[in-house]
Ligand binder design. Structure first.
Ligand code: COI
Length: 357
């Protein structure tokens, strides 16, 4: 299906809400831009996309997504540099992951051309919503859900693909304190942990709420069988520097294939650090804290970017990480990533997708 960006129908807002936004105090996800993009799937095909004012939708309370959970999403970012160039970071890779999530949830594929053109068109319409202050960006939230109204347990025949955008600042206001989870499970091998489906997040709320009541910010999920190996942290993948090596849990069906995770592993080469993608046991972390060989821990993700972990709670013990300085790997790689995305460093990997040159 060929969709030309210029041919997407646009209904503009009567009055923009832009002047009510405090761009110096954005937070994460609090503001949705003026417009959204909506595409319907019916009779086995995606219909014409439409850009319309952001607002409520007319949907049935019997729609299948609400009852049986066919709902998946992506999270991406768009940037505008000082020269006014607008780019999206690695949308093709996000699209590949979306396809995997859709397949796992028995939902129809969104063609790459439709995905990219819809993103570009929406960003063009709300280009003034892209923040330019350091550490901020326009967060892009494409999602697909089953909109067919029926109570029978079945794969839906009707869906909606919607894109919202939101000007955002940093996801975490300060370094995070995480708790290694030993009771609850986010995902088991063979389940949906690798898919970005809504239920993975809903299921994580209760254990995370309990952890927050105990004074932690996030949960560090472990494998479903023995709670012996680290998986991820729900809203981000995790990385450690142990014995001077960058170490991250290897991908499996129970953890998300993070685009930032991949980008950092690629950049590790030019930043001259040895990397290992492998199983990381809780016992190894405990030992590394005992010996003092673990020097860094951080979360990585589109929203989190590179977020410092200050403390890891393991089996009742708070293990503090050393302070981070400009020579730390996490600050060096964060800087490099930001420079590439803002066009300040050559984009040798072809990660920036041009929306407006
Ligand atoms: C992202 O990093 O884009 C995420 O999806 C994490 C969270 C905001 C749900």
């Amino acid at each position: 299906m060929a969709v030309l960006t210029e041919s997407i129908q646009v209904e503009r807002v009567a009055k923009s809400r832009l002047s009510s936004i405090d761009f110096n105090n954005l937070g994460f996800g609090a503001h949705i831009s003026d417009h959204m993009l909506v595409v319907d799937y019916k009779d086995g095909q995606w219909k014409e996309p439409k850009i319309q004012p952001y607002g409520n939708l007319d949907l049935s309370p019997a729609m299948l997504a609400l009852h049986y959970g066919q709902s998946v999403f992506e999270g991406m970012k768009a940037f505008k540099n000082d020269a006014g160039v607008i780019t999206i970071f690695r949308p093709e890779r996000h699209h590949k992951r979306l396809l995997k999530s859709l397949e796992r949830m028995c939902m129809p594929a969104v063609p790459e051309e439709l995905f990219l053109n819809c993103l570009s068109a929406l960003i063009e319409v709300d280009a003034d919503w892209i923040p330019t202050t350091e550490g901020s960006s326009l967060y892009l939230r494409p999602f697909v859900f089953a909109s067919e109204a029926k109570l029978g347990v079945k794969v839906a025949d009707e869906y909606k693909f919607i894109i919202l955008t939101s000007p955002v600042g940093p996801y975490f206001a300060k370094p995070v304190r995480v708790k290694v989870e030993e009771e609850f499970v986010r995902a088991a091998e063979g389940g949906t942990g690798f898919a970005k489906c809504a239920g993975n997040y809903g299921g994580a709320f209760y254990p995370t709420m309990l952890a927050q009541k105990q004074g932690f910010d996030q949960v560090l999920w472990t494998d479903a069988k023995d709670h012996a190996y680290i998986d991820e942290s729900g809203a981000m993948n995790v990385m450690f520097v142990i014995d001077g090596k960058l170490i991250t849990p290897k991908l499996s069906t129970s953890l998300l294939d993070g685009v930032t995770r991949d980008s950092i592993l690629v950049l590790s080469k030019s930043l001259e650090i040895e990397k290992e993608e492998r199983r990381v046991s809780v016992a190894e972390l405990q030992e590394a804290f005992k010996k003092g060989t673990i020097t860094e821990a951080f979360g990585v993700g589109t929203a989190a970017v590179v977020s410092q972990i200050a403390m890891i709670h393991i089996h009742g013990v708070d293990n503090n990480l050393p302070a981070v300085d400009v020579n730390s790997f996490q600050l060096r790689v964060k800087k490099k990533l930001n420079e590439i995305r803002m066009g300040l460093s050559p984009d040798v990997h072809g990660w920036n997708y041009l929306v407006r040159g």
